[in-house]
Design a binder for this molecule. Structure first.
Ligand code: IVH
Length: 725
């Protein structure tokens, strides 16, 4: 590869990996499979090794993924808002090198044997637990502190939550050292995960995609009582060598078990590659019967003196490696292929499948990514295809079974014109996707941009795809700015709209005027500007005018912004129609400056734990943010320490009953807003009381399990377009 092309690919990979790392560790909502992520990381490692001139200490290859959602060294306010204090790790919490190939495990063993020639040593083989990492400190036998991995240098202090996990002892017994650290994984067993998701669905809350996300989300709950209810467990697998005085890893863990700590009983000492392979083969099958998730095997050199001899890279030990299992696959029939047009015009082929069970869910649709991928697979309608969970939620087709092909099966024809507006599709040389170039006229693109703008992570306006379809059909909205011109009279003229739904929509529009600049910037839908990038850019430039005037060089100064993003931003602001859109949105009252500060911060709710239930003029997630921004805590279950229940429409009957029993006040959204300082506008007259059926608002809907949302989710598309799978 040429130097110039390598630089572009390196930048691109770093952007993709950072964005996905954040989705995985911070949002607990990955949109890329671990396998894809690992492959991209390996590609970046190879390129960086080949082109060392592009080395950067910030590269994802040199940093462990961070679960902190405030930047390192964040101020007290953001810490308070987040709810956890960040504390430094005494010893950095590193990651593990990983591979999916047995040949690379053989190489690891060969390398170790060569470096440690003439030394007798063994390998500790263990399960790789798929949860969230934790670092415990015991002082005088008592649990003193629990930190998440954070960014590896400092983590969130979740001690109070960890005290509620049954399998973690508060008090040790036996000959434990005065003070030591021990690390491991917090897991949510499948049974607890299923029960939690059933409960969340009943309450119309988004289910967790998998037990790992559920464990890490639960560990960061503000209310320890709720953590207790979640049924988390812990297994410990690492005592930092500096922390205790043992000759080997297995001795340290055996001792920890004697002190009463939960240490995995599945560990085995192996002495050569044959024994290691037997361990891997056994657990590749046997893990399916474990009550919790594992995603591989970890192989560690057992003797601490040997570990020291091998040392560390910037982000992982050279004395350990993870062998990861490939995701589960299912085989089913391909019934037909749809072609979906996303908000950027990218056309994605989507397979309709004969429903099949895969890792606990029924799969009916799967992405085929792009025309190249279809050609590579040489796919035909009627084929039997292999499906894997891609981004944990959206499955993808990874192969076909040629033995099952009908003789007369014809290859599908990728459309040459847009399936929505009929415009001939175009394809840039360096892109894998076909695009509909009719940006301003293609209904799917127009609606896709509107849906992205209103989405929960952008403006949080209560409008889903059905509402956007209605607005579009009635000629009420073509661009985001049009939404702010919609009147109640116009809403009431649409089918199915009533006073209440119109008020709720208008109230959410009004509330969106308080959305901070960084989210407004994300909502604009500039290509490749995902949530993290938008945040970085907003903080760097402070306001939209400075950003619009920025040169490529100035944009490149922002962390995480490479040439691809910088070009996309300057292209965006070069278009007069985009500038006009921004002016109209500014006139409507949206925030285009003041990044990083929240005008709506006060201590009006200091010391109060507020439990919310039902639906509000803004999403539940934003309502919780609002509570925290005003100094309160968002609790998840009603207890004696709850200050009041904030009830929207359709509050949970159980919660209401409990409030009545405990004498806890129940207040409406209107009353609640009256408690806050004036900076937050009281929304237009809010609906109260229940309603049998309500419109399905995208802003509040959980991600659809096995179907691709029409018009594609914005952020997903950004990644798909970038990765050229
Ligand atoms: S040892 C210095 N052992 O996998 C190395 N990690 O991808 C310390 N993990 O951050 C880690 N099971 O959260 C180790 N048996 C095991 C593990 C394990 C799961 C996690 C851990 C680590 C991540 C690396």
């Amino acid at each position: 590869m040429e130097e110039q092309a390598a630089k572009i690919r390196i930048d691109e990979l770093r952007e993709i990996l950072r964005e996905n790392s954040r989705r995985y560790y911070v949002d607990n909502a990955p949109t890329m499979s671990d396998y894809e992520f690992d492959q991209l990381m390996h590609e970046l490692e190879r390129l960086e090794a080949e082109f060392p001139q592009f080395d950067s200490p910030d590269s994802p290859t040199r940093r462990v993924g961070s679960d902190l959602d405030a930047p390192v060294g964040a101020n007290a306010e953001s810490q308070a808002r987040q709810g956890f204090v960040q504390r430094p790790h005494r010893y950095p919490m590193l990651s593990l090198g990983n591979t999916y190939s047995i040949a690379e495990i053989e190489e690891f063993v060969a390398r170790a044997e060569k470096t440690l020639e003439n030394v007798r040593f063994s390998y500790s083989c263990e399960l790789k637990f798929d949860g969230t990492a934790i670092c415990l400190t015991y002082r005088k036998g008592k649990l003193a502190q629990a930190l998440t991995r954070g960014d590896g240098v400092q983590g969130d202090d979740v001690t109070e939550n960890v005290r509620r996990i049954d399998s973690i002892p508060q008090q040790l017994h036996g000959d434990y050292p005065e003070e030591f650290e021990i690390r491991g994984e917090i897991l949510m067993p499948y049974a607890a995960f299923d029960a939690l998701n059933r409960e969340r669905e009943a309450q119309e809350e988004a289910p967790f995609a998998n037990p790992r996300n559920a464990a890490s989300g639960s560990l960061k709950l503000i209310n320890p009582e709720e953590v207790e209810r979640r049924g988390l467990i812990c297994t410990l697998y690492h005592v930092p060598a500096e922390s205790v005085d043992f000759a080997s890893h297995s001795e340290a863990l055996d001792a920890a078990a004697r002190w009463g700590l939960p240490v995995s009983p599945e560990r085995r000492l192996c002495h050569d590659i044959t024994e290691i392979k037997a361990y891997i083969d056994h657990w590749d099958q046997a893990r399916k019967f474990l009550p919790y998730a594992t995603d591989g095997i970890v192989i560690k050199i057992n003797e601490l003196a040997c570990q020291r001899a091998l040392g560390y890279t910037a982000k992982s030990p050279r004395w350990a490696v993870a062998y990861k299992f490939k995701a589960e696959q299912a085989c089913t029939e391909l019934l037909s292929i749809d072609y979906q047009v996303g908000r950027t015009g990218a056309v994605t082929p989507v397979a309709n499948l004969a429903p099949v069970q895969l890792s606990g869910t029924l799969v009916k649709r799967a992405t085929l990514n792009n025309a190249d991928q279809m050609a590579l697979l040489d796919i035909r309608t009627g084929d039997w295809v292999y499906v894997e969970k891609g981004g944990e939620i959206i499955p993808k087709i990874t192969g076909i079974d040629p033995a099952h092909r009908a003789k007369d099966a014809q290859p599908p024809v990728f459309p040459s014109v847009c399936p929505d507006c009929g415009t001939p599709l175009v394809k840039a040389e360096d892109e894998a996707k076909w695009f509909c170039p009719n940006q301003d006229g293609c209904p799917m693109q127009i609606k896709g941009r509107l849906l992205h703008f209103v989405s929960r992570k952008a403006m949080g306006i209560l409008a889903g795809d059905m509402t956007i379809d209605q607005f579009y059909a009635a000629g009420l909205a073509r661009t985001p700015a049009d939404l702010y011109d919609i009147t109640k009279y116009q809403l009431l003229s649409l089918e199915g709209w009533q006073d209440r739904s119109a008020d709720r929509f208008l109230a959410s529009l009004e509330a969106s005027k308080q959305v901070p600049f960084e989210r407004v910037l994300f909502a604009l839908g500039i290509r490749f500007v995902g949530e993290t990038t938008a945040k970085g850019i907003a903080r760097h430039f402070g306001d939209i005018d400075t950003l619009a005037a920025a040169t490529q060089e100035q944009l490149l100064e922002v962390d995480d912004v490479g040439e691809v993003i910088a070009r996309s931003i300057t292209d965006y602001f070069a278009k007069p129609e985009h500038r006009e859109q921004i002016e109209r949105l500014r006139a409507a009252g949206l925030r285009f400056d003041g990044a990083g500060q929240d005008a709506a911060v006060s201590d009006a709710l200091a010391g109060k734990t507020v439990v919310i239930s039902g639906n509000f003029s803004i999403s539940r997630e934003r309502m919780k943010e609002l509570i925290v921004a005003h100094g309160g805590k968002a609790g998840s279950s009603v207890s004696g320490s709850t200050a009041f229940l904030l009830a929207g429409t359709k509050p949970g009957p159980e919660k209401l009953k409990k409030c009545e029993k405990l004498g806890i006040p129940v207040i409406s959204e209107e009353e609640f807003r009256a408690m806050l300082p004036k900076a937050v506008p009281a929304s237009a007259s809010l609906p109260s009381g229940g309603k049998k059926s309500r419109p399905r608002f995208a802003a509040e809907m959980p991600p659809e399990g096995n179907t691709l949302p029409a018009g594609e989710s914005s952020s997903k598309e950004t990644i798909e377009e970038l990765t050229l799978f």
